[in-house]
Write a protein that binds this ligand. Structure first.
Ligand code: NIG
Ligand code: FE
Length: 417
C-alpha cells in the first residue's frame, strides 16, 4: 500500500489552520485555500497550498493521487463528547418523553442512566466491542476521525473498566481514534441510593486511583439531584491530583454554576451549558475553558439550545459534539448537528466548522496533532461531494461526505459503494 498521497485540484481546502483553540471572532477564520492541494507522507501532512505550485514541487508518480476537482476538503471532524459504549436501548423512555415526561423525572423513577447501567453490567466485553464497532463505522462515514468516549454506565470498578477496555480494543482495531474519559460520577448506582456522599468517597478512594492510567479525562455529571458543585469539585480535584485532565457536564438542566466551576478548576472543557449564566460565559472566555455545546441533545430533550452565539460574541472557544448516548440523545449524526447549530443556534457555518475541528481537538487536548490541515499534523481528512463547505448546512440533515482519509489512507470512499 502506497503510504504517500496527494490530494490535488480541490476547489477548497478548508485548513482550519491553527495549533490552539480559536476563541470568539477568530472562530470565523477557517483558512480556505482555493484550488488547493495537500501532500501526505507516512500519514502526516507534509505540505498544503496552491495546487499548481505544489504539483511543481513533487513528482506525482511517487504518490497515490486523488483528484478533488469540484470538491471541498476539510480536516476530519472531532466528536469530542459521546457516550458510545453501552448495552441496551431506551426507546421506551423516549416514547414517554414524547408524551411529556421529563428526563429528570424518568431518572428519579429509576429509569434513565441507571437503566443503561443494568444492561451495560450484563453485557460482555465482546458485546460492548461489537456495538461500539457498529457505532464507530457510522460516525466514520459522517467524517469523524477522532471521537471521545465516556465510561459511566458501570458505576462499579469492573464495569467501568470493561467500558474502557472496550474502547482500548476498538482504538487498536478501528480507524477512528478514541480518547477515553472516566465518568464514574455519572449517576448514583442503585446500591448507593440515598448515599451520594459515600458513593463520591468510593469513587475518590477506590476507583480513581485504579483507573487514572486507563483514561485521559475525568468527567462528572454536575447537576441538581445528581452531583452537587461541592461533590463535583471534590472528585475533579482528586482526578487532577492524580494527573488526569478534567471536564464536566455543566449547567445542563439547572444553572448550578458548573461553567464557573470549570473555570475555577482549569477544566479543559465544560459541556452542555444549556442554562449557563452570563458569569459562566465570562469565566469560560477568560480562562480558556472550551465550551462544548451539544445541540442534538437539546433537540432530543425539546429544550432551548445553549447560547452559543452569545458565548462566541463574548470571546469563548466553542466546540460542538453529538453527545451520542442511549438516553438523552440517541443520534451520532454530524449532518443533524451542523444543521441545528447553524439554523437554531445562529452560528455561522465557519464557526461550526471550527467547532467541529480545531476546537473539538482542543476540547480533547489534541490541538497539536489533529483538528486542522497544517504541516506536521495527522492526515485525517474529509472530502465532500460538493465544491464548497457551504453545502454542509444547506444539505440539512444529509450526509455529503464522500471520502474519509485516516492517517493518510483512504479508508471510506462512498463512490465505491
Ligand atoms: O450527556 N446528562 C448526562 N449524561 C448524558 C445522558 C446519559 C443518558 O441519559 O444515558 C448526557 O446527556
Ligand atoms: Fe454527555
Amino acid at each position: 500500500m502506497n503510504k504517500n498521497m496527494i490530494i490535488k485540484n480541490a476547489s477548497e481546502v478548508v485548513t482550519c489552520s491553527g495549533f490552539k483553540a480559536k476563541q470568539g471572532k477568530d472562530m470565523q477564520n477557517i483558512g480556505v485555500i482555493e484550488k488547493g492541494a495537500i501532500v501526505i507522507e507516512n500519514g502526516i501532512i507534509k505540505d498544503v497550498g496552491d495546487s499548481k505550485a505544489i504539483l511543481e514541487r513533487v513528482n506525482e508518480k511517487d504518490y497515490e493521487v486523488i483528484d478533488a476537482s469540484n470538491k471541498a476538503v476539510l480536516p476530519g471532524f472531532v466528536d469530542s463528547h459521546t457516550h458510545f459504549i453501552f448495552g441496551g436501548y431506551r426507546a421506551e423512555e423516549f416514547s414517554w418523553r414524547l408524551r411529556g415526561d421529563s428526563y429528570m423525572s424518568i431518572m428519579e423513577r429509576g429509569g434513565g442512566i441507571v437503566n443503561t447501567v443494568k444492561s451495560t453490567r450484563e453485557a460482555s466485553l465482546d458485546e460492548l466491542i461489537a456495538f461500539g464497532k457498529e457505532r464507530l463505522d457510522s460516525m466514520f462515514q459522517f467524517g469523524v476521525t477522532t471521537v471521545e468516549g465516556k465510561s459511566g454506565y458501570g458505576l462499579d470498578y469492573n464495569t467501568e473498566m470493561k467500558q474502557l477496555k472496550a474502547m482500548d480494543e476498538l482504538d487498536k482495531n478501528h480507524p477512528v481514534d478514541i480518547v477515553k474519559t472516566f465518568l464514574g460520577a455519572h449517576a448514583v448506582p442503585a446500591e448507593y441510593k440515598g448515599r451520594t456522599e459515600e458513593y463520591v468517597d468510593f469513587i475518590i478512594k477506590d476507583v480513581l486511583p485504579k483507573v487514572k492510567d486507563s483514561a485521559e479525562f475525568c468527567d462528572v455529571f454536575c447537576e441538581k439531584n445528581v452531583f452537587s458543585i461541592e461533590q463535583s469539585r471534590k472528585i475533579l480535584n482528586s482526578a487532577k491530583a492524580l494527573g488526569m485532565n478534567i471536564k464536566l457536564h455543566a449547567d445542563e438542566i439547572v444553572a448550578l454554576g458548573g461553567a464557573e466551576l470549570a473555570a475555577e478548576l482549569g477544566a479543559v472543557s465544560a459541556d452542555h451549558l444549556l442554562q449557563c449564566s452570563d458569569k459562566g460565559i465570562k469565566d469560560m472566555a477568560e480562562s480558556g475553558v472550551v465550551a462544548t455545546l451539544l445541540p442534538c441533545t437539546a433537540f432530543s430533550l425539546k429544550e432551548n439550545y445553549a447560547r452559543g452565539r452569545k458565548m462566541i460574541d463574548n470571546g469563548c472557544a466553542v466546540a460542538l459534539a453529538t453527545d451520542f448516548n442511549p438516553g438523552s440523545c440517541f443520534t451520532n449524526s454530524i449532518p443533524l448537528l451542523i444543521a441545528l447549530a447553524c439554523i437554531h443556534m445562529n452560528l455561522t457555518i465557519e464557526e461550526v466548522i471550527t467547532a467541529l475541528t480545531i476546537n473539538g481537538a482542543a476540547a480533547l487536548k489534541k490541538e497539536d496533532t489533529i483538528g486542522s490541515i497544517d504541516i506536521g499534523k495527522k492526515a485525517d481528512i474529509v472530502i465532500l461531494k460538493y465544491l464548497s463547505y457551504k453545502f454542509l448546512p444547506y444539505n440539512a440533515g444529509v450526509n455529503i461526505v464522500e471520502k474519509v482519509i485516516k492517517n493518510g489512507e483512504l479508508v471510506w470512499n462512498k463512490s465505491n459503494r
